[in-house]
Design a protein around this ligand. Structure first.
Ligand code: FES
Length: 484
């Protein structure tokens, strides 16, 4: 979820892996089966997971309002302190809230899990994107890829630390001195209609127009602030809009470093490439609980407010979390020092429980119903009570998988069991507002029409006719658009 380095880098030096998305490592990752692969997933009670995935508006509203109030208060203090030394700490706080804490809001609203109401997620996502110089559509698709192929070299566009680690590259970026101008220049090129090959690699062609217009809007706003500053011969407007992305970045990196740095590349197990760190309540507010980062990658449909509870459910299957930020940094710094001279060096003894054989590896956690075929190609899915109102049930019939949904007491819908975006089991997802949300990237489909209603889902699900006959649910498993 980082400013890593979305901008295409220079050709790899000798001995250095090619982290670009269009080079030899990209081909190698696909050949090795590391692209869009099945990842380790710990077992969890299906009902408990449904509880944890539930959405509300209240908690996120409180946290976003509190963040905005603090931001405005820090801005007022900074303005009043202009001309005195007090302006330095006041602007530092303003910058950390603007260019640092915005990252977690951007991230959670990008997943669509912060608020129950989709447009509020999108509104916060766009504002935070602007604050971070992140083009919204570009970064949305980049982050989908990050979740599909976490720290897979040649696939993940958000790898922050490339091996061998180079301190020279990190230090300027603590103030976005390298990434910031690169992101701005990329935005300008996109605004001019020139989309680079890396962006074309993960942004679908029919979304690239939107990307261009977003870049134009952001560039226009930033130019407006520059003109304001120049015309008033004052840097103050830029100190409030634009420059905080740079001088507030240390907080962003303070958190980002703890996520994956120094851990394994090219593994299909988030327990080996992602780190959970215990943090105090202030840091967890600023970071929206993303310190439970392994848990977030395992179950990205669980909203940030429930990550501590998810951690409690899963902790027996995960490596011990780092007890504090200091311990996390000790591990990161040790690993980066070794990887600086030996890029193949790995953190020893990650203490990952060896539970792949018994822990439901790559299996859906939801209930499986064994259905029986009845007369004339119709299939008995069971009693009308097989699924609760508001619930979903995975149904396997002769090797095919479906999801039976009951969005309200009297409505049943049957759809394909696998997401059309990435082959995730939809029965592990969430039924919400008449849609089923995929557990892998939070794409959504209308359960009655099968139509995709939230990216990255773009191809409709097959839907099947299901009716109540004598207290039983009977389905016609021919696709609804071909059934008689
Ligand atoms: Fe990506 Fe379902 S696998 S949205």
């Amino acid at each position: 979820m980082r400013d890593a380095l979305l901008t295409p880098g220079p050709a790899p030096a000798e001995g250095r892996r090619d982290y670009s998305l269009t080079g030899v490592e990209a081909e190698r990752a696909v050949r090795a089966g590391l692209a869009d692969a099945q990842w380790y997933r710990p077992p969890i009670d299906a009902e408990r997971l449904q509880d944890l995935m539930a959405r509300t508006n209240g908690r996120a509203a409180r946290d976003v309002v509190l963040w905005l109030v603090l931001l405005v208060a820090a801005g007022v203090l900074a303005f009043l302190a202009l001309g005195s030394w007090w302006a330095i700490p006041a602007f530092a706080i303003y910058g950390f809230l603007y260019g640092g804490a915005a990252d977690a809001r951007w991230h959670e609203c990008g997943h669509g899990t912060a608020f129950r109401t989709p447009w509020i997620n999108d509104a916060v996502y766009y504002v935070a994107s602007f604050m971070l110089f992140r083009e919204p559509t570009l970064w949305r698709w980049s982050h989908f890829r990050h979740h599909s192929d976490t720290i897979i070299v040649g696939r993940d566009p958000e790898i922050l630390f490339m091996r061998p680690f180079r301190l020279r590259a990190l230090i300027p970026n603590l103030l976005q001195l390298q990434n910031g101008p690169q992101m701005l220049w990329r935005m300008v090129r996109h605004a001019a209609g020139s989309i680079d090959t890396e962006a074309r690699d993960f942004v679908p062609p029919d979304e690239q127009r939107r990307l261009v217009w977003e870049a134009r809007a952001f560039v226009a706003i930033l130019l407006g602030v520059v003109v304001w500053s120049v015309s008033t011969r004052s840097i103050v407007p830029l100190l409030f809009i634009g420059l905080p992305t740079f001088y507030g970045a240390p907080l962003l990196y303070f958190f980002a470093v703890t996520q994956h740095a120094g851990l394994r590349e090219d593994v299909l197990d988030h327990r080996l490439n992602t780190r959970t760190v215990y943090m105090n309540p202030v840091l967890r507010f600023l970071y929206l609980n993303m310190n439970y980062h392994v848990e977030h990658h395992l179950f990205p449909s669980v909203p940030y407010r429930n990550l501590p509870a998810l951690h409690a459910e899963l902790k027996d299957h995960l490596p011990p979390p780092k007890p504090n930020v200091l311990a996390a940094y000790r591990e990161v710094i040790g690993a980066l020092r070794h990887q600086r001279v030996d890029p193949a060096w790995e953190v020893p003894d990650l203490q990952v429980p060896d539970d792949r054989a018994t822990a439901g590896y790559a299996k859906g956690a939801a209930t499986v119903a064994i259905a029986e075929t009845v007369a004339e190609g119709h299939t008995d899915l069971g009693s009308v009570d097989a699924v609760e109102p508001g619930g979903i049930l995975r149904v396997d019939v002769h090797g095919a998988t479906y999801v039976l949904c009951r969005p309200s007491a009297d409505v049943y819908a049957l759809v394909d069991g696998f997401c059309t975006h990435g082959q995730a089991h939809l029965a592990d997802g969430l039924l919400i507002d008449g849609c089923i949300e995929c557990p892998k990237h939070n794409g959504r489909f209308d359960v009655v029409t099968g139509e995709p209603v939230r990216r990255p889902a773009r191809v409709p699900l097959g839907t099947y006719h299901v009716e109540v006959v004598g207290g039983r649910l009977v389905a016609d498993l021919r696709p609804a658009d071909t059934a008689g």
